[in-house]
Every structure is written in structure tokens, then in C-alpha cells.
Design a protein around this ligand. Structure first.
Ligand SMILES: Nc1ncnc2c1ncn2[C@@H]1O[C@H](COP(=O)(O)OP(=O)(O)OP(=O)(O)O)[C@@H](O)[C@H]1O
Length: 206
């Protein structure tokens, strides 16, 4: 799925966070959305995800031959972000079952395989509320990558990951991103160094 931004801008009250973005994200490519703290990376990712409306401009999904209707976009994207909370009252198994009521599994995957991919061993039986912050982050990433979605949006994907967690994340990128559109909001190089394309939000300040 391509994502085409036409003259996109977003403001909060009177403050424009970014303006006049014309940009095409192409299926099969990887993109890093870069900028310092508070520059608008998360805001742009949320606009692309459809969870924030743009204050100006339009977004098109898909391509001319196969456009994706706005109401279909949610089912076609995965988003992992610090501001998206996991349901703390669930066990991991319950969380996975719940998540995949709304998204399809990638081919060859099921709940057991997603849980296995996380590598938690016996800790997998704990409730999410008792997971460490790194375990929660791994869980968000596994849910995103194991869904059968052409678009993956990752905001600060390395949050709370230690060195082994970061290596595990890089493996997921290698294994699961080919053929999909991957967009990463970050200001930490190890989270996005493999991205072929870079977009500086600060280039679009009013
Ligand atoms: N709901 C809101 N109301 C008002 N201002 C907001 C709101 N959400 C975000 N902002 C402002 O928009 C700007 C961009 O915030 P955003 O979270 O997108 O930045 P970021 O680049 O992701 O930052 P960080 O690297 O710290 O995560 C900030 O000035 C922030 O205060």
C-alpha cells in the first residue's frame, strides 16, 4: 500500500506543527521520520494512521488502480507506539487472541507462534500488568509485525529495549518487513539505520 500526502499540515490551536507536506511513501520501502523532541514525528505518524485528522491537505492510500477506502485503512495498518497501551488485565495469550480478532495473522502464524517469537519462556504466563517495560515493548512490536498488514508504523520502536532486545527488533525488521511499507518515527539511529529514505519533519515547519 502506498501512502500519498498532499499538502498535509497539522496544527494544535494556533501552532502549526508541520505544513505543506507533499510526500509519497511507497509499498516495499522503509522510511525514517526524523526530528528532535517535540518536532512532530508522533503527530505525523498519527495523521498517517488516521488517528489524528490533518488540519490541511489530503491523504490517499493504495494506488490509482487499487485505492484503499478510508474506512478500510485501519485493518491494513499496524501501529506500535509508546502512547498505545496494552490491556493490562489480560494475560499474554488473552491479549494476542484479542488483538487478532481485529487483524489477520500473517501467513503461517497463530497465537502460539507469536508468543514463541517473543522468547519469554515461562514468563509468558504472567499478566501484562506484571510485564517489564521491555517485555511490553517487545509485545507491541510482535503484534505489529505478525499481523497481515501492508503498512507498519513504528514510533520509537527501541523504547525500553536493551541490547538483546534491539538485536531482536532488527531480526523482526529483516524477517517481516520485506514487501511492506515501513515508517519509523525516531531520533535514535539504531532504531532506523536500515531505512532507505529519510524525512525531516523540521523541513516542513511553517
Ligand atoms: N493534543 C495536543 N495538544 C496540543 N499540542 C500538542 C498535542 N499533541 C502534541 N502537541 C504538540 O505538538 C508538538 C509535536 O509533538 P510530537 O509528540 O508529535 O513530537 P515528537 O517529534 O514525536 O516528539 P518526541 O521526540 O519528544 O516524541 C509538540 O510541541 C507538542 O507539544
Amino acid at each position: 500500500m502506498n501512502v500519498i500526502l498532499q499538502n498535509i499540515g497539522r496544527r494544535f490551536n494556533r501552532e502549526w506543527i508541520f505544513k505543506n507536506i507533499d510526500y509519497t511513501f511507497t509499498q516495499g520501502d522503509s522510511y525514517a521520520v526524523l526530528g528532535p523532541n517535540g518536532s512532530g514525528k508522533s503527530t505525523l505518524l498519527q495523521v498517517i494512521a488516521g488517528s489524528l485528522t490533518p488540519s490541511q491537505g489530503t491523504i490517499r492510500y493504495g494506488d490509482d488502480e487499487k485505492p484503499v477506502a478510508d474506512e478500510q485503512v485501519f485493518a491494513q495498518l499496524s501501529l506500535a507506539a509508546p502512547y498505545l497501551e496494552l490491556v493490562e488485565e489480560f494475560t499474554l495469550r488473552e491479549l494476542v487472541d484479542f488483538h487478532f480478532r481485529f487483524k489477520n495473522y500473517r501467513e503461517g502464524f497463530d497465537a502460539q507462534k507469536v508468543i514463541g517469537l517473543l522468547g519469554f519462556g515461562t514468563q509468558a504466563n504472567k499478566m501484562i500488568r506484571h510485564f517489564s517495560s521491555g517485555m511490553k515493548q517487545r509485545t507491541k512490536l510482535a503484534l505489529a509485525f505478525c499481523a497481515d498488514t501492508p503498512l507498519i508504523l513504528l514510533d520509537e520502536p527501541g523504547s525500553n529495549l536493551d541490547e538483546a532486545g534491539l538485536a531482536w527488533y532488527h531480526q523482526l525488521v529483516t524477517q517481516f518487513s520485506p514487501g511492506r511499507l515501513l515508517i519509523i518515527g525516531s531520533n535514535q539511529e539504531p532504531e532506523y539505520h536500515f531505512c532507505k529514505n529519510r524525512l525531516q519533519v523540521t523541513d516542513f515547519k511553517a
